[in-house]
Design a protein around this ligand. Structure first.
Ligand code: PEP
Ligand code: MG
Length: 930
């Protein structure tokens, strides 16, 4: 017989799959001696059984009844009692934390009779009616499907009627009337009576929480965060004795972090509200007090809270995000989980906890999700202090973002799809707004604290958020917000700074993040551990300097064609392409040579002491020319101008005959124009311009290929036009020689793109050797230049053993290799069919983002093995976009690559991922390729 129910005293705190994270932690906290109210957990297996058969599994209710009797015994209260009733909370909780995505019901067990017992026992009618109306609302919404708006309207109506500002201003009588209104609303909306029998309520509630696993927001959340069934399957239900933070001024409720989740600072951080229940804090209905304030307001409780915090950290060796309630001076722990922090706080706490001896260095490295570091590479605002902020809110999630204001999540989703940058502006957010978070660049709310829903969700996503910005008055219907004298309409641009809490009008420029000390320390540790080196893809000296600042240990790919795209250089490149004779082409190349040479000298200097891999020209040359349709348009336009000019001169004669007065006016107006047009009087000038474009058009047509990506590019172009590579090789060799003369420590490598056969390598190698011999003869020095091959063509993988005879190193170009392996165009797939493939799970990941291990990865693994059979010390790396993606880095480590090379902002991510790959290498499953 399957067991579905585990009291907190018996549950296995490690079994989150079965008990959910919350249930497992409640069990663990109970078992290591924290003051947790009595309760039990119904397993995720019960949830799956419910979802499969659409009814509670057999035997579950009997187990629940037995467990409830135990809870009654431990709490000394009776469920359904009319003198001192036991009330319970019914909370969801799966193996993965999904804050606010599933449902929870509080105060269950109340009905008009038990309510009288509660009032009699507490002597507090206001508290009794407040609990009752809260329960009706939650139960009505979650178990009976009545929308919140109906209850909110009733609440507003009562407040208005009695002139109350906040719900705490309502009297017991007001709340009693409100509860009656709520019951009527439920009857109207559902046609059903509200269930009064406590066990019936419990049965409804368990089923409702189970169903919330398949609710839209939970499903969306799992899809967005790629939570698979192996990570969390179904929700558990936690049934726990209610303790009340709303029993008067010696009661409170709050949420805390054992350290500051925005900065990592080692101080208890959080918020609490006196005389309130849990959801008041999270929903941002009243703005709560910071925990630091508790030390003055409730010193004894503050001491208890710090004690709780210390016990939690000492036990979990991890920053905890906990919920607590104080009922009449007694502190209860209601929940704990590992704290979700932004990247900065993760890094700071890792380094500090290592220094405090709470975790080891390995744990510190493994604790930070490398992908999170991207947040630290996010831009911050550049303000000279002159732009006045429109308003100041709470800095709830750091980073800065600009975008057009939208007031609801649906609009955000719709406009976001067209690529607009948006800021979602709400009074407060609720879990159903989640799709708006995905679409927006940042979130701004007028209510709620730093632990409000908006703040927590935005931090988790690494999006900037300003919360509790009460200067903003939002009218959702009119799609307008008022801040002082300023009115914001939908579509107006604002900037928010989640690090300072400021809101600015318009768009403000941003600057890149700087490395802070703890990040440097952590990445330093990472470099000590990692076997894989991390290089950067950098095409200019400026890029190279930046890459070095981010900790790159070399340039793994310098795409020389990027240097050609400069506006001053492009005309020379075009001249080279359009040249009719070899002599003309050589003349253009001779002009490019010094430019390339100085580029290389710049990069070699910037990377002094570290390797720089220069790749010879790769793309087809038509990429440097305008498109045929662009040229056709220009030619037509020039012809039109030429005609207009001719007409302008003919028109006066015609006008003179027809209308002498009009003719006079026209001639006068032409006087000025004529002066300006003098230059163009000569039609030949137009002809010259037109001829040049026509020649270019002809060339473009001649170069047109049906499949340019598979066409005349890379080494194929290099071999058919050897003068181009000759110029590039000369520039590299001369730059290297110059650096040697300048005593710059250089490590230059030349790499050939698109190679498919060793003959290609042999021929370019001969060109390099000739250049080296030439410089040796001229200057008496011979730079050491390693020679290698891109491996980005399927055949190159298959011929790796042969290529390694000439190539001293390989670098996987996984952009092209992925294209070639899948036959997916790297230019089009991502905005054509790949999203469909991913949504429909035909492919789990976008292979251009995350290395496809089973296909591309397998080719790589073979190529490395075969290459090293020929040349055991063959150096192998990757320079495709996947090179900075943590899972791909892990794979590269596993198959024995020497380095990964990625864009500069991803270098820190790859450094940490490389260390983690090493630390976790024993766990790596070699079957991953099968
Ligand atoms: C590649 O193909 O992965 C690569 C690095 O080269 P490029 O993106 O320039 O084609
Ligand atoms: Mg390529």
């Amino acid at each position: 017989m399957v067991r579905y129910v585990y009291p907190f005293e018996e549950g296995d705190g490690k079994n989150k799959m079965l008990l959910g994270g919350k249930g497992a932690n409640l069990a663990e906290m109970t078992q290591f001696g924290l003051n947790v109210p009595p309760g039990f957990t119904i397993t995720t297996e019960a949830c799956l059984a419910y979802l499969e058969h659409n009814r509670l599994p057999q035997g579950l209710l009997e187990e629940v009844h037995a467990a409830m009797r135990e809870v009654e015994r431990k709490s000394g209260k009776t469920f359904g009692s009319t003198s001192d009733p036991l009330l319970i909370s019914v909370r969801s909780g799966s193996a993965m934390s999904m804050p606010g995505m599933m449902d929870t019901i509080l105060n269950l067990g109340l009905n008009p009779e038990t309510l009288q017992g509660l009032i009699a026992h507490t002597g507090n009618p206001r508290f009794g009616y407040d609990s009752w109306r809260r329960f009706i609302q939650l139960f009505g919404k979650i178990a009976m499907g009545v929308s919140d708006e109906r209850f909110d309207e009733a609440m507003s109506a009562v407040k208005k009627r009695v002139g109350a500002e906040q719900d705490v201003d309502l009297s017991a009588e007001d709340l009693k009337a409100l509860a009656d209104d709520y019951l009527k609303i439920i009857k109207q909306e559902t046609g059903e009576e509200f269930p009064l029998e406590p066990y019936t309520q419990l049965e409804y509630a368990i089923a409702a929480v189970f169903r919330s696993w398949m609710g839209k927001r939970a499903v969306d959340y799992r899809r967005q965060f790629k939570i698979t069934k192996d990570m969390a399957n179904g929700t558990a239900v936690n049934i726990c004795t209610m303790v009340f933070g709303n029993m008067g001024n010696d009661s409170a409720t709050g949420v805390g972090f054992t350290r500051n989740p925005a900065t990592g600072e080692n101080v208890t951080f959080g918020e609490y509200l006196v005389n309130a229940q849990g959801e008041d804090v999270v929903a941002g209905i009243r703005t709560p007090q910071p925990i630091s304030r508790m030390a003055e307001e409730m010193p004894d409780l503050h001491r208890q809270l710090i004690e709780l915090r210390d016990k939690l950290e000492a036990h979990y060796h991890e920053v905890q995000d906990f919920e607590f309630t104080i009922e009449r001076g007694r502190l209860y722990a209601l929940q704990t989980r590992n704290g979700k922090m932004n990247a900065r706080a993760m890094v700071v706490t890792s380094v500090e906890m290592e220094k405090e001896g709470l975790i080891t260095r390995e744990q510190a490295l493994l604790r930070v999700n490398p992908a999170l570091l991207e947040q630290l590479m996010v831009p911050t605002l550049v303000t000279d202090g002159k732009i006045a902020a429109l308003a100041q809110g709470l800095p709830a999630s750091p980073g800065a973002a600009s975008g057009k204001v939208v007031f609801d999540a649906d609009t955000a989703e719709a406009r976001g799809k067209t690529g607009e940058k948006l800021i979602l502006v709400r009074e407060e957010t609720k879990p159903e707004d989640i799709h708006g978070f995905f679409a927006a660049q940042g979130i701004l709310t007028s209510r709620g604290g730093k632990t409000s829903h908006a703040a927590v969700v935005a931090r988790g996503m690494g999006k900037p958020c300003v919360s509790g910005c009460d200067a903003i008055h939002i009218d959702v219907r009119a799609k307008k917000a008022q801040i002082g004298a300023v009115t914001l309409s939908e579509g107006d641009v604002i900037t928010i700074d989640g690090s300072s809490g400021k809101v600015y009008p318009g768009r403000i420029p941003t600057v890149e993040a700087e490395f802070f000390e703890e990040l440097k320390t952590l990445l330093g540790w990472a470099d000590e551990v990692a076997r894989l080196k991390v290089f950067a893809n950098a095409d200019t000296p400026r890029d190279a300097e930046r890459a070095r600042r981010f900790g790159a240990k070399g340039v793994g790919l310098c795409r020389t064609e990027r240097m050609f795209n400069d506006t001053a250089r492009l005309p020379i490149v075009q001249e080279m392409i359009l040249a009719e004779t070899l002599g003309e082409r050589q003349a253009a190349l001779d002009r490019l040579l010094p430019i390339q040479r100085s580029d290389f000298i710049g990069i070699f200097n910037a990377m002094e002491g570290l390797p720089v891999t220069v790749r010879l020209l790769d793309p087809p040359i038509h990429e440097f020319l305008p498109t045929a349709s662009q040229l056709e348009f220009e030619i037509e336009h020039l012809r039109g101008l030429k005609r207009a000019l001719r007409n302008m001169h003919e028109l006066p004669e015609t006008l003179k005959m027809l209308d002498p007065e009009l003719h006079k006016q026209y001639v006068d107006s032409l006087d000025n124009l004529e002066a300006n047009l003098a230059e163009y009087q000569n039609e030949n000038r137009f002809d010259g311009l037109i001829d040049r474009r026509e020649a270019m058009l002809q060339k473009v047509r001649a170069l047109t290929e049906v499949n340019p990506m598979l066409g005349h590019r890379g080494v194929r172009l290099g071999l058919t036009h050897p003068e181009i590579y000759a110029m590039q090789l000369r520039a590299i060799v001369e730059a290297a020689a110059q650096c040697m003369l300048d005593r710059v420590d250089i490590h230059v490598e030349v790499m050939i793109p698109q190679v498919c056969t060793s003959q290609e390598l042999i021929r370019v190698k001969a060109q390099l050797d000739a250049e080296l011999a030439r410089i040796e003869k001229m200057r008496g020095l011979r730079p050491q230049i390693a020679f290698g091959s891109m491996i980005e063509v399927v055949r190159a993988c298959m011929r790796a053993a042969s290529l390694a005879e000439t190539a001293e190193f390989f670098s996987f170009g996984t952009n092209d290799l992925t294209q070639a392996t899948f036959s997916f165009s790297r230019e089009d797939a991502e905005n054509k069919f790949l999203p469909f493939y991913q949504e429909n799970r035909i492919l789990r990941e976008n292979p251009f983002e995350v290395l496809d291990l089973k296909g591309v990865g397998r080719l790589m693994e073979m190529a490395v093995r075969w290459g090293r059979e020929t040349r055991p010390n063959l150096k192998v790396g990757i320079c495709g976009e996947q090179g900075g993606q943590p899972d791909s880095v892990r794979f590269c480590h596993a198959i024995g690559l020497n380095y990964v090379s990625c864009s500069a902002p991803r270098v820190p991510i790859a450094r940490l991922a490389a260390a983690q790959a090493k630390l976790r290498e024993a766990e790596y499953d070699p079957k991953i390729l099968l």
